[in-house]
Design a binder for this molecule. Structure first.
Ligand SMILES: [Zn+2]
Ligand SMILES: [Zn+2]
Ligand SMILES: [Zn+2]
Ligand SMILES: [Zn+2]
Ligand SMILES: [Zn+2]
Length: 183
């Protein structure tokens, strides 16, 4: 009998509750009497834990065990907390949980110096500064000469994509004509 259980696995009877008012279930192998147990609660419906709570609770009818879960909050609209501040707050309409964040009203990026640009909030006057977001661009021209197409390097431009500051320069490593095809 033991050998059969080792080869084929146990041959369990159905799960049954061990005693009243307890949620422990047991099942017994019909061949060798091996016993397994587990906890299986018999929960009722999910209900709000209280009227002003975003938590739900369900209770086991056998042993009174409670399980809780969080429900999504029901936030109202974001509103500024003061006229000279950019802090906004919103509240859950059920449990009054508060959330805050900053909602600035930024002006456009302005050139500050060779390294950075800055912008200022129209509402609270806060200024932030960051490095230019340079974008490089090569300028060249294609000409036809003696049946060959040449690409001739002119210069490069570097332009900040945010404040539009720019300068142009010649990169000597790129100078010279490049054979690109037949024309
Ligand atoms: Zn068995
Ligand atoms: Zn239970
Ligand atoms: Zn809530
Ligand atoms: Zn602001
Ligand atoms: Zn810039």
């Amino acid at each position: 009998m033991r050998l059969l259980c080792r080869i084929f696995g146990h041959k369990f009877d159905n799960w049954v509750y061990a005693v009243d008012n307890s949620c422990e279930q047991i099942r017994i192998c019909k061949r060798n009497g091996h016993k397994e147990s587990r906890i299986l609660h018999e929960y009722g419906e999910w209900k709000g834990a209280s009227e002003d709570s975003c938590e739900q609770v369900r209770i086991c009818g056998r042993d009174g065990h409670e399980e809780r879960r969080a429900m999504p909050h029901q936030f109202g609209k974001w509103e500024y907390t003061a006229s000279n501040s950019c802090e906004q707050a919103r509240f859950c309409q059920r449990c009054r949980k508060k959330e805050t964040h900053d909602q600035h009203n930024w002006g456009s990026w302005e050139y500050k110096d060779g390294n950075s640009h800055a912008r200022t909030c129209r509402r609270c006057g806060k200024t932030v500064e960051e490095e230019h977001a340079w974008e490089h661009e090569d300028h060249s021209e294609t000409v036809c000469q003696g049946g060959t197409e040449w690409e001739i390097y002119r210069n490069s431009t570097v332009r900040c994509s945010k404040c539009n500051d720019w300068s142009s320069y010649v990169d000597s490593s790129k100078e010279g004509a490049k054979d690109v095809g037949v024309c």
